[in-house]
Design a protein around this ligand. Sequence first.
Ligand SMILES: [Zn+2]
Length: 349
Amino acid sequence: MHFRVLATDPTSALRVGVLETRRGSVQTPAFMAVGTRASVKGLTPDDVRSTGARVVLSNTYHLMQQPGIDYVERLGGLHAFMRWDGPMLTDSGGFQVFSLAGLREVTDEGVHFESLLLTPECVVDAQERLGADLIMPLDECVSADASREQTESALERTAAWWQRSLEARRTTDQALFALVQGGMFDDLRRQAARSAAATSPPGFALGGFSVGEPKELTAALLQATVDELPPATPRYLMGVGHPADVVRYARLGVDLFDSVLPTRLGRTGSVWCDLNGTELRLARRAALELDGPLRAGCTCVACTEWSIGSIAALFQSREQLAFRLASVHNLRVVADALHAARSQVVYHT
Ligand SMILES: [Zn+2]
């Protein structure tokens, strides 16, 4: 993997770059489509590509559960299984430590779920066998209300697990990103970023943001983190996908994003009708009367072939096609918002 910054916005820290992987290159800042269980829900790979997404993401924890790493490996790896020949990222299951908090216990050894033990070593091994191009180490993510002591202890554990992850590697053709945590504390964020940077990883994953804290705090902590990172290495902010947020954080110097938000909202009948992410609810009866595309100027298949009213009617009849069209459209809005931000930088410079 190779990353190059091509231009930087004179009015912000936004950088336009290109991430080159063995399976193709990606213009950054970029949004990655989430296919948690090896499928972007309801979409074919062609649908996903049509949204402008160039990287797809799957979750190691969920794939371990179903259909199992052995099974995916037998089918020729995750690219073959997903029918996706472009760049791919797998995350480590660290976020499930946080989101499935009631179901697990964290010890220095790893994370104990009811039916599964995740260790830094087995997470690296699973991802090497799945074969994604960008891979993540196991980490411990804390909630927004975690105390300083809880955050410090999670940070210490994440750092120890990072060393074990580096030692567990058997291949070198996948880019293993360092995962930067630090909770809601400015100095801990900086300290985590500095110690991750000292290990010279090919990329940085910024975790534990957008976990319930106010957006002003997200921006301030993100700024503190980015300040400590080397400029030539890509930064991936995990779990942020609202179009206004991705542009805001791209302007702080973030290069990659992922979130289930665009597709989850689409499946529940919310579509973004502008690049700021203003929501339109397809379930409202009034939506049936609206003519024209979901967003003026959008060239996604939903907007070029269907009117708002007809997609609302499909949604209100619980037709699967509505979920698919709304998901494709929302992914396209995030991609278009970042495309607009990139174009502005190129125009300025
Ligand atoms: Zn559209």
